[in-house]
Design a protein around this ligand. Structure first.
Ligand SMILES: [Mg+2]
Length: 150
C-alpha cells in the first residue's frame, strides 16, 4: 500500500522520550534535546525512501500551533518538517515508541519472548552437530538428553 510519496507506507516515531529527551511535562511548546541515534535513524529511513516517517505524538491533539512548533523543532534537529499525527492508520507499518511493547502477530506472545527464542535457536544452531545447523525442538531435546550439544 503506497504512502503519499509512493512509498510502501509510513513509520511512526514517537516524540517525547524517543526522538526528543523527556524529563517530565513542561508544556506544549517545550521540547527536550534531540536523541541523536533516533535522529540518524529517521534520516536514514527517509534517505532509503522505502517508507515515509511521521511523528506520532499525543501533542498532535493540542492544535496546529503545537504541530508547527514540533516541525520547527524537527528542523532545528536537522530533519524535514515531517507530518505529525496522533492517529494510526492502515499505512502505518511500524511504530518506534518508548512506551510500546511488541506483541507477536496473532499469538499474544511478547516480542521479547520471541527474540529470546530466536537467540536460543541461533545459539543452538552454532553449537549443535546433531541438528545440521537447523534448530528443531526434537534436536534440542535430543541434545539435552545427551547432556551436551556436541
Ligand atoms: Mg514517548
Amino acid at each position: 500500500m503506497a504512502g503519499e510519496n509512493g512509498t510502501r507506507g509510513w513509520i511512526g516515531v514517537d516524540l517525547d522520550g524517543c526522538l526528543a529527551e523527556y524529563h517530565g511535562w513542561k508544556g506544549d511548546f517545550e521540547f527536550g534535546q534531540p536523541i541523536q541515534p533516533m535522529v540518524e535513524f529517521v534520516k536514514k529511513t527517509l534517505e532509503a525512501g522505502e517508507y515515509d516517517v511521521r511523528i506520532m505524538t499525543a501533542r498532535a491533539n493540542d492544535g496546529p500551533e503545537v504541530v508547527s512548533a514540533i516541525q520547527d523543532w524537527l528542523e532545528a534537529a536537522g530533519l524535514p518538517r515531517l507530518a505529525v499525527t496522533a492517529t494510526k492508520d492502515f499505512k502505518m507499518v511500524m511504530l518506534y515508541d518508548d512506551r510500546a511493547v511488541t506483541v507477536e502477530l496473532n499469538t499474544g506472545r511478547l516480542g521479547s519472548e520471541v527474540l529470546a527464542e530466536w537467540q536460543r535457536r541461533a545459539a543452538f544452531n552454532r553449537s549443535c552437530a546433531l541438528c545440521g545447523g537447523t534448530w528443531t525442538q526434537e534436536a534440542e531435546d535430543r541434545a539435552a538428553n545427551l547432556g551436551s550439544r556436541t
